[in-house]
Ligand binder design. Sequence first.
Ligand SMILES: N[C@@H](CC(=O)c1ccccc1NC=O)C(=O)O
Length: 292
Amino acid sequence: MSATHLIPRREVYLEGPDATELNTVDVWTSESDQASEADERVWVVYVHGGAWRDPEVDSRSFSPAVEVLSKDPLKHSVAGFASINYRLSPYPSHPKHPSSPGDNSRNVHYPAHLSDVSRALLYLDAKYRINNRYLLAGHSAGATLAFELNNCYLPKTQLPQPACVLGISGIYDLDAFITSHSEIPAYLALIENAFPDKSLWEEASPNKSHLSETSKWQDARVVIISHSDDDELVEEAQASYMLERARLAPNSKEKVHFLPATGAHDEIWQSGHILAGLITKSVEILQHLPKI
Ligand SMILES: N[C@@H](CC(=O)c1ccccc1NC=O)C(=O)O
């Protein structure tokens, strides 16, 4: 990658009657679209947060970090960046952009967010051959999605395997998240909004789900959990729960890492520098692994 200023193009990963305006992925590359089997450079694929519902936190929330990374020496190791949009859960009380009941892009619940992220990854693999060479990074609800990722959400498909999964400010244990903020009703409302069926909370919590044995992060070469002490929205314990679970995985001693972040919850992606720094460190960890 050589350009210092990259402009994203928005690509549509789902066509047909089920497609909505949120079934898109922003892609930044500086070269032609040609996929090459021999290309060892990594792809960095980002899944945004926003509590599964905020229309103002979308694929564009990765732009500040891409801007920083495009000027970093790391750019030579990166084949492309992608940032996935996915359908959201309802947000009729949003002050500026309330969702309406007829909007197919903003009225879904777990696990529809995950089937969309899965479709986007299949699209990226078909077009850019990201299998085994992408870093999957997620922030907040996006980190939850990254750690939930599993072939089972889109039956009869094999998702491309991430080389590294990086979860930043993630929510990994839904029940504990609610309990630790029990004095703030908005937290329960937010989780019930995206996960209305409470009987699925355990399955949807990547630290204790029965699905975790077959989750994609299990087969990643590197698993990184990151949290900032200055995070005012998600408690540090969430990162600890996921780390505890990840450390039970085979070869966890070599592959599971904790990376401290800095800044408030949304400052991490808003500043660009903090998110970019976490991605740079993750790619370095991945590249310093002995080749198998
Ligand atoms: N801006 C969001 C709130 C939000 O993103 C959030 C709030 C508390 C804990 C985690 C959050 N985001 C996780 O993706 C909203 O308006 O619903």
